[in-house]
Design a protein around this ligand. Structure first.
Ligand SMILES: Cc1cc2nc3c(=O)[nH]c(=O)nc-3n(C[C@H](O)[C@H](O)[C@H](O)COP(=O)(O)O)c2cc1C
Length: 213
């Protein structure tokens, strides 16, 4: 299997970085091919902007949606977007790993989605290509994340509400929208201040989960 691992944490010695290293080692051990997009290390620019489209359809007024639809036909995206699109095209499975920031993925990773999974690339409302007819029908996607809060806080009736409801804006409205199959998310709660022992246990659970993919 070809796996694109998209990772967002600013500290290489963090628990998240240890999860990423564990996953990459487990994937390679199982014989999968892996490409990594380490977004902080790459200093990936998350800002969708006019210069993303070097061959503008309308130079007088910037409509990002229409420019992306046109660029998807011609391939005229900026080089950093094209490089990431190539990795997505190549991959059978996309794994997004991150710490939860304000009950969502870090803005850096959302910016990667905005710029790379562009209109016309994974879906195309103009040709009605979404969900069952999404353009990434043969691909799968998975989230793996840590949260500072306990699981109960992210349960039905908990202060933040059911975590699955929060995840749907990505799992359903991005991944399934583009036709991808969504694999169950891997979650580590109360990750802010773990003992070394619990950290090792969580890494082992993640290693097993990744090995079973
Ligand atoms: C800007 C910011 C926002 C955060 N928002 C949340 C949140 O909404 N819910 C939550 O459970 N934890 C939140 N956290 C805590 C992080 O998710 C937690 O520190 C991280 O998952 C621990 O992993 P690490 O040790 O690898 O950094 C937030 C942290 C930061 C820096």
């Amino acid at each position: 299997m070809k796996v694109l691992y998209i990772f967002a944490h600013p500290e290489p010695k963090s628990f998240n970085a240890a999860m990423k290293d564990t996953a990459l080692a487990a994937l390679k051990e199982k014989g999968h091919e892996v490409k990594l997009s380490d977004l902080y290390a790459m200093e990936f620019n998350p800002i969708l902007k006019a210069s993303d489209f070097p061959d503008r359809k309308n130079p007088d007024f910037f409509n990002p949606f229409l420019e992306a639809i046109k660029a998807s036909k011609t391939g005229a995206f900026s080089p950093d977007i094209k490089e990431e699109m190539e990795k997505v095209r190549w991959a059978d499975l996309l794994i997004f790993q991150f710490p939860i920031y304000f009950t969502a993925m870090p803005a850096l990773m959302k910016g990667w989605i905005d710029r790379v999974l562009a209109p016309g690339f994974g879906f195309n409302p103009v040709t009605n290509s979404a969900y069952d007819t999404g353009l990434f029908k043969v691909k799968s996607a998975m989230l793996a994340f840590t949260a500072g809060a306990p699981k109960e806080v992210y349960s039905e009736g908990g202060a933040h509400g059911d975590i699955y409801r929060h995840l749907e804006s990505i799992t359903h409205c991005v991944f399934e929208y583009m036709g991808m199959k969504v694999l169950p998310s891997f979650m580590v709660f109360e990750a802010g201040n773990m003992s070394g022992e619990r950290g090792d246990e969580e890494l082992e659970k993640y290693r097993q989960r990744i090995s079973e993919l």
